[in-house]
Design a protein around this ligand. Structure first.
Ligand SMILES: Cc1cc2nc3c(=O)[nH]c(=O)nc-3n(C[C@H](O)[C@H](O)[C@H](O)COP(=O)(O)OP(=O)(O)OC[C@H]3O[C@@H](n4cnc5c(N)ncnc54)[C@H](O)[C@@H]3O)c2cc1C
Length: 306
């Protein structure tokens, strides 16, 4: 069987695309290995009608809703290779299965490279976060440490100052700030420490101290940092998709990549990493894919129609 679309990845982006395509009566397989980037956290915030929901409950509800549309089904598996061209792609999985589809959507998310600070993995998703729009409210008015350097330090301090005035920056090595940037941070009572971080001390996931190599201890109740990211899988690169400097897939407004028939949506194709944005990009990609499939079917000679 050739599916209308294979969706690789079943996070908010892939699931919203599946909903759009299911409602548009397209045959869709969603292949998902079930390792979302926010798997480390207990709650997802800022998704209207689902504020504070657990990531697993979000997915459960989404799949339940999508199951009303019989042309969509789910496979728990990892897609490992992709070949073919527009109209006939072949995808193989780690369980040795293969799928054919006319279009493919990469909704594979991004994944963190291993965290290289001792103790950071213990607090990630519990009291150490990446985005204040996602988790700033829970840490409002608390003493926070930002692990960041250079111009980004100023940007992040400004952004997070709306949630708390108790900010300390640890640059974990040379601060890479200009004198003017350092002065601006000092004027706003943001202390800056440039000694490398020795460890992060915590209790049951709640950060207590950031310990520097020069033995300074900075007490805090939360951390924000910038993780290093890569796309959730190398499938876009395998099939020839163009990638930005920051590692995301280059797409147009409807998630279309430079490879005909291949789309991407969600974190993997955006610099803004929030669940509701991922879902909306998945929805747009679903519309783009459906329009292309309908157009192709419309233009087929009548006698050749399925
Ligand atoms: C600590 C943390 C906290 C966060 N908190 C919030 C929050 O409070 N609010 C908010 O809006 N956002 C939050 N986010 C961001 C949010 O998690 C992402 O924006 C969102 O999950 C992106 O959705 P997505 O569908 O693009 O990717 P994901 O949710 O990451 O889903 C991608 C899926 O694709 C699968 N996959 C990848 N490659 C393959 C393959 N080859 N084969 C099969 N499956 C594959 C993955 O296993 C995964 O299941 C948080 C992120 C982190 C890291």
């Amino acid at each position: 069987m050739t599916h209308d679309c294979a969706i690789i990845g079943g996070g908010p982006a892939g699931l919203n695309a599946a909903l759009v395509l299911g409602r548009a009566r397209k045959n869709v397989v969603v292949i998902d290995e079930g390792r979302p980037r926010n798997g480390v956290t207990r709650h997802t915030h800022g998704f209207l009608t689902r504020d504070h929901i657990s990531p697993s409950e979000f997915r459960r509800i989404a799949k339940e809703e999508i199951s009303s549309y019989p042309s969509v089904y789910f496979e728990e598996d990892t897609a490992v290779s992709i070949t073919g061209t527009d109209g006939d792609f072949q995808i193989t999985t780690s369980q040795g299965k293969s799928y054919r589809s006319k279009k493919v959507l990469f909704a594979i998310g991004m994944k963190d490279l291993p965290l290289d600070i001792k103790g950071l993995a213990d607090v990630y998703g519990k009291s150490a976060f990446i985005c204040p729009y996602c988790d700033g409210w829970e840490l409002r008015e608390q003493p926070l440490v930002l692990i960041v350097k250079g111009a980004d330090a100023l940007h992040m301090a400004k952004m997070i100052s709306g949630w708390t005035n108790h900010l300390t920056i640890c640059t974990n090595g040379p601060d890479e700030l200009t004198d003017a940037q350092r002065e601006e941070l000092n004027q706003h009572n943001v202390s800056i420490f440039d000694s490398p971080i020795f460890s992060i001390e915590s209790n049951e996931g709640m950060v207590q101290d950031v310990v520097l190599e020069d033995s300074t201890k900075i007490s805090c109740n939360g951390l924000f940092f910038r993780p290093k990211l890569v796309t959730g899988s190398d499938l876009p690169q395998q099939i020839g998709c163009e990638i930005t400097e920051t590692g995301t897939v280059i797409v147009d407004h409807f998630g279309k990549t430079n490879v005909p028939g291949i789309y991407s949506a969600g974190d993997a194709a955006s610099q803004l990493h929030q669940a509701i944005i991922a879902a909306s990009l998945g929805s747009l990609a679903g519309v783009g894919i459906n329009n292309e499939l309908n157009e192709e079917a419309w233009n087929k000679p009548q006698s050749g129609k399925e």
